[in-house]
Structure formats: structure tokens, C-alpha cells
Design a binder for this molecule. Sequence first.
Ligand code: PMM
Length: 284
Amino acid sequence: MIHLPGLPRLDRCAVMGIVNVTPDSFSDGGLWLDPAAAVAHGLRLTTSGADLVDVGGESTRPGSRRVTEAEELRRVIPVVRELSAAGVAVSIDTMRASVAEQAVAAGARLVNDVSGGLADPAMAEVVADTGAPFVVMHWRGQSADMDSLAVYRDVVADVAAELAQRMEALLAAGVKEEQLILDPGLGFAKTSEHNWALLGRLDALTALGRPVLVAASRKRFLGTLLANPETGEPRPARQRDDATAAISALSAQAGAWAVRVHDVAGTADAVRVVAAWQQAARRG
Ligand code: PMM
């Protein structure tokens, strides 16, 4: 069983629910911008079966611009503090070391950095100092220009090699191996084909020896897969939750440590089905 410092021990794939405290995230932008609404949503996700709640204050949708540090802090810190005080295991989704540091001081137990420590040179030191688990997502550049960076020789081998390099750099900066969690970064400098290739070969990431987080929830490649056969229109983001739950089940079966989702209920059921199935298979 995987154990990460400060996080609950589970005998199944963990469910990370999403609270985006942003006006512009692609599927829930503007819904939880008010701190009280964000806290209420985080508590609802916990009741629906989330093991962790990921709070973010900056949208990373393709083409998006950065928010200021002051604005990001203003959005996330009260939400992190209140959810943590209510006993929720909170994860802070940020590329900024200062935000990570203050969020951990406010009770966050995990730092989720979509840049894997690349966007802010101070991140590694903060993560090393806090000792909190750290999600190292595969990332090649800011969202404003990431689509032009989706060029790979072999996407599975390249992403695995780039994550291995990141792990080495973080270890050299004082982060402990037991803190590291890896994430393929679906949709970040990746086409639909790249995303599917990475999902189909999750074993290439689990082989790196650290827990793997899969964050496919409502992403564009699901909209493309489920496009209206007549018009070719992508399936709208809010109608991609059944497909997301299917990905959660398959990720759990493939050995993912956790899945990060907007709609927690379907995925909470899916990971329990997989755990029961695997237990039965072990009994033979
Ligand atoms: N994707 C988004 C935001 N945060 N964090 C991790 N670790 N991995 C991801 O793929 C990821 C992330 C963008 O999606 P959202 O708007 O649904 O939060």
C-alpha cells in the first residue's frame, strides 16, 4: 500500500475532488469564486466521497494568462484554512512557492504544482521545508503557449524521461523521494492522441517507482471522443462526467494512486468497484 506523509492510508485508488476558485476554469469557472461557496462545495465533495480536496486559484486552461500572486492568495488561503479546520485533507493547486508555503501554513497537506516545480525556482525549497507530498506534473511551458509545445518523438518515453529528470532535480534540491507523486499532465502540451497514448501506457509512469495521479476530468479530449456524430460538435464539458468515471476505473485498475475529478460521486463508486474486483481476483 502506498503511503504519503500526512495523508490518509487507503486500500484503493484515492479520489481528489476539485474546487477551482477562479472566474475562468474551463468547466467550473466562476461557480466557486466566492469563498463561502468554495468551502461549501469542498465539504459537499467530501460528503460525496472525496479523500482529498484540491483548491486552486489560477486557471491553466489553454491560452490562459497568469493571475497576480496577491489575487491568487486572496482566492485560495481562506478556503484552504476553512476546509482544513473542518478536517478535510486539502491539496493546494499552485505554481507559486509563496502560495504553497502559505497554504501549507493554513493547513494544506499536499502541494499540487502543474509545472512540477519548473515555473517558480523557489518551489523545490518550500516543498523540501514543508515535507508535504508534492505532485510533479509533466509540463513544458505556461498555458498561453503550451499548444505549440505538443511535439514528441515518442510521447510515452519522452514524458517518462522528462518526469524522471524532474524527480532527479527535486531530489538534488532537498525534496525527499517519499514526497513525490507523478502526473502525466493530460492536456498540457498534449493532443488527444498524446493523452490516450499516456493513459494506455500508465505502466511507463508507475514504473518510475512513485505514486501516479491521473487528472482527465472533463478535459477536451473527452469532448472530442464523444462529439456529436452528426454535427461534429464536441460534447460539452459538463456532460463528460460518465466518461471521466470510466477513466477513473481504468486508471485505478492500471495502478493509479489517485484520480482528480470535478464530479466526485461517480468516481468514488468507480474506485470502490475496482478495489472489490481486485480483491476478488487476488482471492482467486
Ligand atoms: N489539470 C488542471 C488543473 N490542475 N493538476 C494536476 N496535478 N494535473 C492536471 O492535469 C491538472 C491539475 C486543469 O483542469 P481544471 O480546470 O479541471 O482544474
